[in-house]
Design a protein around this ligand. Structure first.
Ligand code: AHM
Ligand code: MG
Length: 338
């Protein structure tokens, strides 16, 4: 028979194959990712209907069935919690939407993993039909047993055993790593399966795009300002000027940076010394993915994954991108401009 079809790999099969790389694996971790994939499909189902909100009832009001319509970020938050609370894989969760850590119901068994998530990042963009995303991060518990603790949820980024994101865009994609490379899956809505579409993603060594909210320019440090001006200048090799792309939806800006290379920045500014983005829910998982893809993630000084977290919702300046671009940016930040 002539083989005209390329190999079709569902995310479930991929997770199992990845787990086989670890001979001592029990299947527990595969089960966890499997539950998470289900939650994501439920969120995708709702986000893809977001434009119908005027027909079906807007958030906070009753829909045609007389049910309260939930805001999508609240829906996503609750959906992930409920999909993950009873599998026996986790001992605690923490979500960007909740101030405190999320204990699991007493009646369910507690497992050895910890899940941190940003349920629907960029949700202020929903009404304009801009891509939004879910970001997740998985750790092994450090507490002995029973309910997990805040210390389980504030481990260094280096301790992540998996991280990923889902982008609800022109197509829905799930990108994840377990520390053995980065893999992207595209949802085929007709069969409801995530199929492997991007194998072993590597970020280009250098890009030609920068991504930052330039409206904040006047509030940045001198080094960052000079770096932006440098990117905008022409050079004789035509490697500059760079193009500016800024969606204002982190997962989308990150996804483009990962595939095309270049740099994404959310620097500190004089109003906000720690920037805007969250270490545990945004910076750490994206940093793990990026490093696995050959890129670099820093807070302007040090490697994101080495930051010792002080609190669950702490913020951090964030610079993500290609090796060359982060190196150049750092030189400007350090005052060693070219
Ligand atoms: P959110 O967690 O309230 O959705 O905010 C996070 C979003 C990111 O998606 C994006 O990178 C950033 O905020 C954009 O911020 P700004 O509007 O200041 O440029
Ligand atoms: Mg967020």
């Amino acid at each position: 028979m002539v083989d005209t079809l390329s190999k079709v790999v569902t995310i479930e099969r991929h997770i199992i194959e990845q787990e086989r790389l670890h001979p001592d694996a029990t299947g527990d971790f595969s089960g966890l990712l499997h539950d998470l994939t289900l939650a994501v499909k439920l969120i995708w189902r709702e986000t893809s209907k977001a434009g119908l909100v005027n027909l079906l009832g807007s958030a906070g009001k009753e829909n045609i069935h007389g049910d309260q319509v939930k805001k999508l970020d609240v829906f996503a938050d609750e959906t992930i919690y409920k999909a993950m609370d009873h599998g026996g894989h986790l001992c605690v969760m923490a979500s960007e939407e909740n101030e405190k850590i999320l204990y699991l119901p007493e009646k369910y068994p507690k497992g050895k993993y910890v899940l941190l998530y940003d349920p629907l990042d960029g949700s202020s963009n929903i009404d304009a039909n801009v891509s939004i995303g879910t970001i997740f991060s998985i750790y092994k518990r450090i507490s002995a047993d029973g309910n997990g603790t805040e210390a389980d949820c504030t481990q260094q980024g280096l301790k992540q055993i998996a991280a990923g994101y889902i982008i609800y865009g022109s197509s829905t994609m799930l990108v994840y790593t377990t520390g053995e490379g980065v893999f992207g899956f595209t949802l085929d809505p007709s069969i409801g399966e995530f199929l492997l579409s991007h194998e072993n993603i590597k970020i280009p060594e250098k890009g030609k795009i920068y991504s930052v909210n330039e409206g904040n320019y006047k509030y940045w440090d001198e080094g960052v300002k000079k770096y932006i001006k440098y990117l905008q200048e022409e050079d004789k090799n035509e490697s500059r000027p760079y193009s500016l792309r800024y969606i204002g939806s982190l997962v989308s800006d990150f996804h483009r940076t990962l595939l095309y290379g270049g740099i994404f920045m959310y620097p500190a500014d004089i109003r906000n010394k720690k920037g805007k983005l969250r270490l545990m829910y945004e910076a750490n998982p994206l940093a793990m993915i990026l490093e696995q893809a050959g890129g670099v993630a820093i807070d302007g000084e040090k490697r994101i994954l080495e930051i010792k977290p002080e609190s669950l919702h702490q913020k951090t300046p964030l610079f993500l991108g290609s090796k060359f671009d982060i190196k150049t940016c750092k030189e400007f930040i350090d005052g060693r401009e070219l």
